[in-house]
Design a protein around this ligand. Structure first.
Ligand code: TYD
Ligand code: MG
Length: 481
């Protein structure tokens, strides 16, 4: 579709419009419209026809220009190269696929450049690796590589002009090309400053075409702020094959790398790392989520189990409910979705009269983990009630269940998977939705009779089955002894 004198675009999703708007009609965000760089607007015509990205690559996105039968498609075998780190391979679906384009996004300083530099050293391929850096000089990269103990003699290209980079790629034919970061790249032929939506999108399109036609794997780095307000990476997520996001607390030592999209494997896989003086080191999830070092007998702290990809993670949820000194009480969340928490607060307030209208509430998931699993609802409610009342929950209790608007506890999926690791982490009680009682007890007895190694630790765990929040509170705040 031809663009008409585009002068404004949405910073969130890249939607373009002729005039400024308060709310973006595409993504629904407020106050995200900003003026497009003057060139595109003044010329009043699309920059695309002149773009070398389009001129030089006037073929289709993938290489299959012909129509084929489904039975004949997919016979081509994608070869993969291992990253040399098992948990990273898992994120890519078993190694980096040839000709794939991966986007690694995260806040500045979270460790994107560090992990990629480490990956270079262990990447299992004899051919060249090209590191395109628009952020750091080759000298800086050299120093970092020395500190991280990188011995592989890779090529470094300190260039930000897309056309020059494309020439370098043509000359050296690397098997892997890392671009740090995509926001620093620009093309002469496209209007707009480096990092603008148009530049980022068009340069990425050019990179994808190079990757698909030459079978070169690319890893692109994209910066994103906490609220995702720098839009570049967001707008190119749909174009690339794999998107890895870096979560975790910048100031803490633990980082979580998550595959949010993967065209070559399962998505939502997680890998945990610890930042040390020699870069990022893989760690076990239970260590990263600090389950072992959690406060015991402390009001507002509870444990829950959330499913991430194929893994059930046991993590600590903390709540602080305190008298507010503002006319509008504060609601802050780090980890769970804020709107979900608001709903749970309303349910708790209605049933237990917690006086939330004059109390601030803060919810935090330890380790910087973002959780979206509704099975954590009951744990969030328990943490809030525990903090508001100043009473700690039963010690070493794992709390699982989705909470409905009337305070009923609804069933959750894959409960055995969620509790299977509980015994190893010192859990002595699990709180499970009441509606699952018969199926779980049946499965438990089968599990026990099968004589599996884990069955001993599971057998000794007390299982409680509340049907609603009031019953759960009676069970959770009654000491076992
Ligand atoms: P960096 O990878 O440059 O972050 P990004 O590319 O995502 O912006 O580095 C992140 C932080 O990690 C930086 O503040 C310094 C710290 N760091 C270490 O603690 N140990 C190390 O070995 C390295 C290389 C970095
Ligand atoms: Mg960096």
């Amino acid at each position: 579709m031809a663009k008409k004198n585009v002068t404004f675009f949405c910073k969130e999703c890249g939607y373009e419009a002729a005039g400024w708007m308060g709310k973006c009609p595409a993504c629904g965000q407020w106050n995200t419209f900003t003026e497009a760089p003057s060139g595109a607007a003044a010329s009043g015509k699309s920059s695309r026809p002149e773009s070398p990205v389009y001129k030089a690559n006037s073929f289709s996105w993938t290489d299959s220009a012909v129509t084929v039968r489904l039975g004949d498609a997919g016979k081509e075998h994608y070869s993969r190269h291992s990253t040399g780190v098992a948990c990273l391979d898992g994120l890519f679906g078993g190694g980096i696929t040839d000709g794939s384009v991966t986007l690694v996004v995260g806040e500045p300083g979270i460790g994107k450049s560090t992990i990629l530099m480490q990956l270079i050293n262990t990447f299992k391929s004899d051919s060249e690796i090209l590191y395109v850096s628009g952020e750091e000089s080759p000298a800086q990269i050299g120093m970092r590589a020395q500190r991280l103990g990188v011995t592989r003699n890779i090529l470094i290209c300190g260039e930000t002009r897309f056309e020059s980079i494309a020439e370098q790629i043509k000359e050296y034919k690397p098997s892997l090309c890392i671009v740090d970061s995509i926001q620093t790249l620009y093309s002469d032929e496209i209007s707009g400053t480096p990092g603008s939506i148009t530049q980022t999108r068009e340069v990425t399109a050019g990179i994808i075409r190079i990757a698909k036609t030459n079978n070169i794997s690319f890893i692109l780095v994209g910066h994103i702020t906490k609220d995702g307000s720098i839009a570049g990476p967001k707008t190119i997520e749909h174009m690339v094959d794999t998107v890895l996001t870096f979560d975790g607390d910048n100031t803490g030592g633990y980082r979580i790398l998550r595959s949010v999209k993967n065209r070559f494997g399962k998505s939502n896989e997680l890998a945990f790392f610890e930042m040390g003086d020699k870069g990022l080191r893989p760690v076990e999830s239970s260590k990263a989520l600090l389950v072992a070092g959690r406060p015991i007998d402390s009001p507002g702290s509870v444990l829950t189990s959330v499913l991430e990809g194929n893994e059930a993670l046991i993590c600590e949820v903390q709540a602080l409910v305190a008298q507010s000194c503002y006319p509008n009480p504060q609601r802050m969340t780090s980890g769970p979705d804020r709107n979900r928490v608001m709903m749970l607060l309303a349910v708790c307030d209605k049933i237990f009269r917690l006086n939330m209208s004059s109390n601030d509430c803060f919810i935090n998931v330890i380790g910087g983990l973002k959780i979206s699993d509704p099975a954590s609802d009951l744990a969030i409610c328990a943490a809030v009630i525990s903090s508001a009342r100043g009473v700690s929950v039963r010690p070493n209790t794992l709390i699982i269940g989705e909470v409905g608007l009337s305070g009923e506890i609804r069933p959750v999926s894959r409960i055995m998977k969620r509790i299977s690791e509980a015994g190893k982490l010192g859990i002595t009680t699990v709180v499970i939705p009441g509606s699952l009682e018969s199926s779980i007890e049946k499965e438990m007895s089968e599990f026990m009779s099968s004589g599996k190694a884990a069955s001993d630790s599971l057998e000794s765990i007390v299982r409680l089955y509340p049907d609603n929040l009031s019953e759960a509170v009676d069970m959770l705040f009654t000491r076992a002894d």
